[in-house]
Design a protein around this ligand. Sequence first.
Ligand code: PRP
Ligand code: URA
Length: 206
Amino acid sequence: MHTVVRHPLINHRVTLMRDQTTPPKLFRELVGEITEFLAFEALRDLNMRDVDVVTPVAKARGALVNEHVVLVPILRAGMGMMNAMLHVLPYAKVGVLGMQRNEATAEPMAYYAKVPPAKGGELAIVVDPMLATGGSACDAVAQLKSLGYKRIKFLNLISAPEGIAKFEREHPEVPVFTAVKDERLNSHFYIVPGLGDAGDRIFGTL
Ligand code: PRP
Ligand code: URA
C-alpha cells in the first residue's frame, strides 16, 4: 500500500529540495513542510472520541484525537522529520532506531535502538526521508513488529521503485506515504534523480 501524495505544494518543495544549491537551513525547512503535508494525508484515519464543547455562542459536538502514537525516526536523516511530526502530534512518544547503510553493499547495520515495547493498540509511525533499496525501512518495521507493534505506518519523502517493491514484499500490510516516486537506483544505491545523501544535506555534513 504505497501512496504517492500528489499536490502542487509538495511538488514545489520537492523541486527546491532536490536542487544541489539548496543550503541546509532551507533544506530542513522543506523537509519539515513536506512532512506535515504527508502527515495530513497519512493520519486521515486516526481514531477520535466525541466530546462536547461550549463555544461563546452555544454547545457544540466535537471530536478529539484518541490515539497512543509512537514516532520512530530512523537515525540520522529521520530526525529531520521529527519537529514536523511532533508539531502535528505533540502528545506522541518517541522511539529511536539507528541504522547505517554499508557503503559498498547498502546493507543496513543497526547500531542503536531505544523504542518502548508495545502495550497494545498503539500506532507506530516510522519516518525516514529516503526509501532506496528499502533495507533500512524493512528492518526498522521488522524490529517494531518484534517489539509487539501491530499498527505501523511509514512516512518518507523520496522512494525508489526497488525500495517500494521490497517493502511491499516484506510488509504488505504496512501503509507507506511518500512525496515522490523516483526513477531508479544508481550503481551506488543512490536514488536517481533523488537529492543526494539526505542526512548530509539535513545536517550540513557534505
Ligand atoms: C539513508 C536514509 C535511509 C537509508 C535508505 O541513511 O536516511 O535510512 O539511507 O537507504 P536504503 O533504503 O537503501 O536502506 P544512511 O544509511 O545514509 O544514514 P544517515 O541517515 O546516518 O545518513
Ligand atoms: N540514502 C540517501 O540519503 N539518499 C539516497 O539516494 C539513498 C539512500
